[in-house]
Design a protein around this ligand. Structure first.
Ligand code: FAD
Length: 473
């Protein structure tokens, strides 16, 4: 397929050079396809390049939050901690790019602005801020959590202090010592960064809309015995995790709280609290489906919050009242403990919404003078990176319009009306509800197999049907 191809006319364009994009490139290059990755940043790594806030780390153990496609890679690489911090994950992804010589086919600081299916030629016309490309296949590896939300709060544009965002954290050291800092949002990023920045700042004002269930990571240096054991049977270990619903070791939901002795359940939850992080309610299959069983696990965590946080009012505000698992669990290092510090103040936005941001203040229940404002307000998740540009399929239909009433796809991999276009961990796939490394590898392998099959069978176009999509959704 690659005889007369040029880089402006490759077989495949991949958009995004995160975990997904770089593995997709490796896979397709091995198949002999001329492939170009277009990445808007000047660095690869995606999530791990953009999110450099203090405390950023994975919440899946590193021995599992890593690629498994190459046995030598997984044997050679050594993680320093149980849950790796952002700099180490970024270093790993750069190592992968160097090891497999991927960089030469990645075009950095180039952003895809429009992708249009040319029905006459059955090719994708792809416009960037620099070039116009034409390729047979177009693969969006643009990430589920890559377009940050910016809150619409009166006065934000006029804020004259230091404005930071967890998802665009500066590369240079940020000195917050002795500053009055406000952070808006208490999702996973905030839960990771609050304990770190609280140590440094004069005052930290935490503006919370929705509290989260968070489980201690009990992070620490990599246990060399565990590492050696897993490495001695890595393929088998990966296979076991591959076949369980979340792609994470040890989460086999078999027992039911409803049918178990309550003391035994509490002992097991205690054990999970100490050791399992995200796998906190793993072991009990009825937590997501039985309200009473869910309440047992939820009240276990609420009681932990009450034990940890000394001020009962703050503990109550930090305690989620919704079903556990209704939002993805968070994993922390000393999050609830941080609210016992005198310099940390929690503001509940349900009782006192933010009314205004001034030039050097933020107003809710009171007016707080601040030097720094940190936005930890999450992402336009799942669809944001696909609907923020014009992706135009058959008959001029724009993906954003097709998804107006909700995103639909087949397997999270393909969308009707968009032939030869694939999304990695697209909406409708397990994506962020799972360990994303194996989920990404599964999608990359599937796409590569699909393209390989098309080539072997002389097929030029593949497209998901509406009925397949409806059935899958
Ligand atoms: P991304 O890493 O988001 O990469 C997408 C890339 O596409 C980016 O580099 C972006 O710049 C580029 N791009 C987007 N649009 C364009 C365009 N139009 N033109 C050119 N380039 C474009 N998952 C887990 O399983 N475990 C974890 O512990 C975990 N922790 C996380 C922590 C944080 C702070 C965040 C934000 C996410 C976390 N995730 C975690 C989810 C994480 O996003 C995935 O694990 C994984 O890194 C996603 O890789 P990706 O390549 O699919 O997407």
């Amino acid at each position: 397929m690659n005889q007369s191809k040029t880089l402006l006319n490759p077989d495949v364009i991949i958009v995004g050079a995160g975990v997904a994009g770089i593995y997709m490139l490796h896979k397709l290059r091995k198949m002999g396809l001329v492939t170009v990755v277009i990445e808007k940043s000047d660095e690869l790594g995606g999530t791990w390049n953009w999110n450099r806030y203090p405390g950023a780390r994975c919440d899946i153990p590193s021995l599992e939050y890593s690629y498994q496609f190459d046995e030598n890679l997984q044997q050679d690489w050594n993680w320093s901690e149980k849950y790796s911090a952002q700099p180490e994950i970024l270093e790993y992804l750069n190592h992968v790019a160097d090891r497999f010589e991927l960089r030469k086919d990645i075009s950095f600081e180039e952003e895809v602005l429009e992708a249009q299916f040319n029905e006459e030629l059955s090719l994708w016309d792809i416009k960037t801020n620099k070039e116009v490309y034409q390729s047979k296949f177009c693969i969006f590896a643009t990430g589920c959590l890559s377009v940050p939300n910016k809150p619409d709060i009166e006065g934000l544009e006029g804020f004259e202090g230091q404005l930071l965002s967890t998802s665009y954290w500066p590369r240079e050291e940020v000195d917050l010592s002795n500053k009055n800092v406000a952070i808006i949002g208490t999702g996973s990023s905030s839960i990771q960064t609050i304990p770190e920045i609280a140590k440094e700042v004069k005052n930290l004002y935490v503006f919370q809309r929705t509290p989260n269930y968070s489980i201690p990571s009990n992070n620490g240096p990599m246990d060399k015995e565990i590492e050696a054991d897993i490495k001695s049977r890595y393929a088998e270990f990966r296979k076991e995790n591959w076949s369980n619903g979340f792609g994470i070791a040890g989460i086999a939901d078999e027992a039911l709280i409803a049918e178990s002795d309550i003391d035994e359940v509490n002992n097991q939850l205690e054990e999970n609290w100490k050791n399992n992080g995200l796998g906190f309610f793993g072991g009990y299959a009825d937590v997501p489906v039985d309200a009473n069983s869910n309440e047992v696990a939820a009240s276990f965590v609420r009681n932990k919050i009450k034990e940890i946080v000394k001020d009962p009012e703050t503990a109550d505000k930090l305690s989620p009242k919704y079903h556990i698992g209704g939002k993805r669990l968070c994993v922390d290092t000393g999050y609830f403990e941080t609210f016992n510090r005198e310099n940390v103040h929690l503001i509940d936005l349900h009782s006192s919404p933010i009314t205004r941001i001034g030039e050097s203040s933020i107003e809710a229940d009171l007016e707080y003078d601040i030097d720094t404002l940190i936005l930890a307000t999450g992402f336009d998740a799942m669809t944001g990176a696909l609907t923020s540009l014009d992706i135009v399929g058959r008959n001029g239909i724009i993906l954003r319009d097709q998804w107006k009433k909700g995103a639909k796809s087949y397997l999270g991999l393909g969308v009707s009306n968009f032939p030869n276009l694939f999304t990695i961990t697209g909406p409708g796939s397990p994506s962020v509800l799972s360990n994303m490394m194996p989920s990404i590898e599964q999608h990359v392998n599937w796409i590569a197999d699909c393209i390989g099959w098309m080539i072997d069978n002389n097929k030029s176009v593949i497209e998901s049907s509406l009925s397949a999509e409806e059935e899958w959704m």
